[in-house]
Design a protein around this ligand. Structure first.
Ligand code: PLP
Length: 382
């Protein structure tokens, strides 16, 4: 910081220059991200509520009401009748809150959590912070966690089982109905990380929804993460944590001596109301019909891309379940590097030695066609 401030106009000019250099979603080159361009109404709502602090909700009762409306809408969508939850900063914080509550409720020594080998890396951080040991369960041939391995790993130290509805690498959904049964029999908290899938699966064809059952309709599911800043098309940072039974919040209650309310349940203290309000605005503006339309378009484009990739003689790692396509070439790492040089942002996944692309709403048919052209040229020249 300099001694003397600069003119506002100059500062804004600098910002505009920097903004112009940032990657944007508009040209459809970002195929590696689960985030997307927020809906215009989300940007508008976000900018209207920049002052709002949900850490001191007595001062911002309107924002708090809209946050709870979002929680209610998500709970209804995900078959939870009388739950509780919050809009938080994203999937990582939502997963943290789930395991924080589960650990405190179980109150055992040397706590452990059983996770699939495909679990998101946020659980490494979460378990490090909470002092929980991660116990991994292996996957089957379809990259879904093996329920028998999960059951075999339950001990008196187990505070939770984690499953994923839409893995980050392949978009796979674990066999959550079976895990729900196991969790119920053993009285263990089952958390579902549906950061991506939570706002995709409910908008798929009914037959697919039945095949991919993952939410509170399954009795063993006690908490669920879903991210409005991914397929919810809201502004960043917007994640959500939902609990089936609001009584579990007592396990993570903190006394707040000098604020407008005397207790707090979220991990973050000061937290912006803007993304919660933005999420509310998207839900109001699109409705379930709007989400269905967007998800249908992304899934159709996913099917188109995977068909064309196979037709080009490349191998898919798995048939896409959600809006993620993963494939291999004779040298996937080299192909990914070549594509990057052509301006495409794709992920190379070392664990599976594959390229992964996420078909989010900013990706249009013409972008997919341009990508396929570059991919075919690149793969041919290797
Ligand atoms: N869980 C899953 C399945 C994810 O895919 C992600 C992010 O991509 C996260 C958790 C972490 O979410 P965030 O980056 O919003 O903290």
């Amino acid at each position: 910081m300099q001694d003397k401030g600069r003119r506002r106009r100059e500062v804004v000019a600098d910002l505009k220059k920097i903004l112009a250099e940032e990657t944007n979603y508009r040209d459809g080159k970002v195929l590696s991200s689960m985030c997307t361009r927020p809906q215009p109404i989300a940007k508008k709502a976000h900018s209207m509520f920049l002052d709002s602090n949900l850490g001191d909700p007595g001062l911002f009762p309107g924002s708090r009401k809209l946050e709870q409306d979002v929680v209610h809408s998500l709970s209804e969508l995900l078959n939870c009748e009388d739950g509780a939850g919050f809009v938080v900063s994203g999937g990582t914080e939502a997963n943290l809150m789930a395991l924080w509550a589960a650990r405190n409720r179980a109150s055992v020594s040397n706590p452990e959590v059983i996770v699939p080998e495909s679990v998101h890396f946020s659980f490494d951080k979460v378990c490090n912070v909470l002092g929980i040991r991660l116990v991994y369960a292996g996957l089957d041939g379809d990259f879904r966690v093996n329920p028998q391995e999960v059951e075999d790993r339950i001990t008196k130290h187990t505070v939770a089982i984690v499953s994923t509805a839409g893995t980050s690498e392949l978009g796979v959904v674990d066999p959550i109905p079976k895990l729900s049964e196991i969790a119920s029999v053993h009285g263990v908290h089952l958390h579902v990380d549906a950061a991506l899938g939570g706002l995709v699966i409910p908008f798929l064809e009914p037959k697919l929804q039945t095949r991919l059952a993952f939410d509170f309709q399954l009795g063993g599911v006690k908490s669920l993460t879903v991210d409005p800043h991914k397929m919810g098309m809201s502004t960043i940072p917007a994640g959500a944590i939902l609990f089936r039974d609001k009584r579990i919040l007592e396990c993570i209650k903190t006394i707040t001596p000098y604020l407008s309310e005397t207790t707090q349940f979220t991990f973050a203290g000061t937290r912006s109301g803007a993304p919660a309000v933005a999420t509310w605005a998207v839900f109001e503006s699109l409705g379930r019909e709007g989400f269905k339309k967007t998800v249908k378009r992304c899934m159709a484009l996913t099917a188109f891309l995977s068909k064309e990739i196979e037709a080009a003689g490349l191998r898919l790692v798995a048939e896409p379940t959600l809006n993620i396509v993963a494939f291999r070439t004779s040298s996937s790492k080299c192909t990914a590097d070549h594509l990057k040089r052509k301006g495409w942002f794709v992920s190379y996944v070392p664990r599976l030695d594959c390229i992964r692309i996420v078909v989010m709403p900013h990706v249009l048919r013409r972008h997919a066609e341009a990508f396929l052209k570059d991919l075919k040229e690149t793969a041919k020249s290797e």
